[in-house]
Design a protein around this ligand. Structure first.
Ligand code: HEC
Length: 126
């Protein structure tokens, strides 16, 4: 009986330890083909510090969506990131208020727990 309890708690520990790693792997597998998690630009802009950053302002990156921004650009908070990861093509129209707005990033259809993980991961990139 005692053994079972111990095994169960060790298993629980392993699960809690491996969660951040899983979040990292999730984010990487979905985003890293186009984004670095540093300042470096790849196909997409570097995502280090993206949480809280004003959209379209990463140094040295040539954005497509910025030319559709009329007023104040938005800041990448939870709400904007969630909509963007789900469907960037739809989100860019909403954020700019321009139905013709386009972005180079295709829809990723990331939502739910996966989106939560990635947002938590992006928040930690400082
Ligand atoms: C197939 C390539 C590709 C994938 C995969 C991809 N992106 Fe992008 N992403 C881009 C490109 C290209 C841009 C620049 C868009 C533009 O200029 O219109 C971009 C822009 C962004 C921006 C805007 C950043 C800024 O500086 O304003 C965010 C945020 C972002 N991506 C998040 C993500 C996240 C999170 C994932 C993973 C769920 C992801 N992207 C997956 C290609 C990709």
């Amino acid at each position: 009986m005692k053994k079972t309890v111990m095994i169960a708690s060790v298993a629980a520990m392993l699960v809690s330890v491996s969660l951040p790693v899983a979040a990292h792997a999730g984010a990487e597998s979905r985003c890293k083909s186009c984004h670095s998690f540093t300042d470096k630009n790849k196909n997409g802009p570097g995502l280090k510090g993206v949480f809280g950053r004003t959209a379209g302002t990463h140094a040295g990156y040539k954005y497509k969506f910025t030319k559709y921004i009329k007023g104040e650009p938005w800041v990448w908070d939870e709400e904007h990131l969630r909509a963007w990861m789900l469907d960037s093509r739809k989100a860019v129209k909403k954020f700019t208020g321009n139905p013709k707005a386009k972005t180079k990033m295709g829809p990723q259809h990331v939502k739910g727990a996966k989106a939560d993980e990635i947002i938590a991961f992006l928040k930690g990139l400082k």
